[in-house]
Design a protein around this ligand. Structure first.
Ligand SMILES: C[S@@+](CC[C@H](N)C(=O)[O-])C[C@H]1O[C@@H](n2cnc3c(N)ncnc32)[C@H](O)[C@@H]1O
Length: 277
């Protein structure tokens, strides 16, 4: 198996030049979870669309890669029973702290490529473009696991970047960003490196104030695939799903997110949105 480098060339060079030592940290573990929360936790994108879909389906809802609950929390607060599945116990701990002992919440630490929950769901959601966390083999396993957990007539909905957002994700970037925090905003270096012939992006974040001679500097890191909606639609059909309906998610200006909603063809429909295109 090919070893993958978690640091972009820019971040590696920057830390070497400063005489600092890198400590790579997965974005969704340990200190990464706090950063993710600060960066994305308050983003309302997709919530409206997921709540609208949920109004047309029954319970329980399966939120895959649920993380700290950006989508799970509004679903539970709207009275829906949700199973929140995530491979990171650190991310799920944040969700449990936000909804302590909530009777409508079931948190499950599991891999979305290979889960067996022993029940089926009228709605399975994979938001925040988290499908891009998986390579082709991982996506094939995810589709099989979803199929095994979809109730008759159930809907599988996932999101992916489109338009200007997809273009931005596919070009190398090195820039400073401001991230809000409880003690005020902090400046981070954001570095995005395109790899594997343009199919993957390696992303790093480093707090500027941490970069100092001899310092051990936390480098938050994640590796994601560059996927477009039509490619995913073809994969879903090849995996046996109905051709997904693709609709735009309401987002901030300049941000293009697409929602793919599909179902399993032989299942009799029991109401719900018409996702058959
Ligand atoms: C972009 S975050 C999305 C969190 C949340 N759904 C949201 O909307 O903010 C991606 C999540 O996927 C989780 N994750 C990564 N790989 C996973 C896998 N193979 N199985 C389950 N969860 C995974 C991470 O731990 C993280 O919480």
């Amino acid at each position: 198996m090919r070893m993958t480098q978690p640091l972009t060339e820019t971040i590696g060079a920057r830390l070497r030049a400063a005489g600092a030592v890198a400590r790579a940290q997965d974005l969704y573990e340990g200190a990464g979870t706090d950063f993710y929360e600060r960066l994305v936790g308050g983003d309302p994108v997709e919530i409206r669309e997921v709540l609208a879909l949920a109004r047309t389906t029954g319970d329980p809802i399966l939120d895959l890669a649920a993380g700290s609950g950006r989508l799970t929390i509004p679903l539970v607060r709207s009275g829906r029973r949700v199973t929140a599945l995530d491979s990171s116990s650190d991310m799920l701990s944040r969700l449990r702290r936000a909804l302590p002992d909530h009777p409508l919440l079931d948190g499950v630490v599991a891999d979305m490529r290979s889960f067996a929950l022993g029940r089926v769901f009228p709605l399975i959601v994979l938001g925040a473009t988290s499908i891009t966390l998986l390579d082709r083999a991982g996506r094939a396993r995810l589709y099989a696991a979803v199929q095994g957990h979809l109730a008759a007539g159930g809907v599988f909905a996932l999101t992916v970047a489109g338009g200007a957002s997809a273009t931005e994700l596919s070009s190398p970037q090195d820039r400073e960003i401001t991230v809000p925090g409880p003690d005020g905003a902090q400046t981070y270096l954001f570095s995005q490196q395109i790899e594997d012939g343009g199919s993957t992006r390696l992303v790093n974040w480093v707090r500027v104030a941490d970069v100092a001679p001899h310092a051990e500097v936390t480098v938050l890191t994640s590796r994601l695939r560059l996927l477009d909606a039509h490619h995913l639609a073809r994969e879903l059909v090849d995996a046996g799903f109905v051709t997904p309906a693709i609709t735009a998610v309401r987002a901030h200006p300049g941000v293009d997110i697409l929602l793919l909603a599909t179902t399993w063809p032989d299942a009799p429909r029991r109401g719900g949105p018409d996702v058959r295109g």
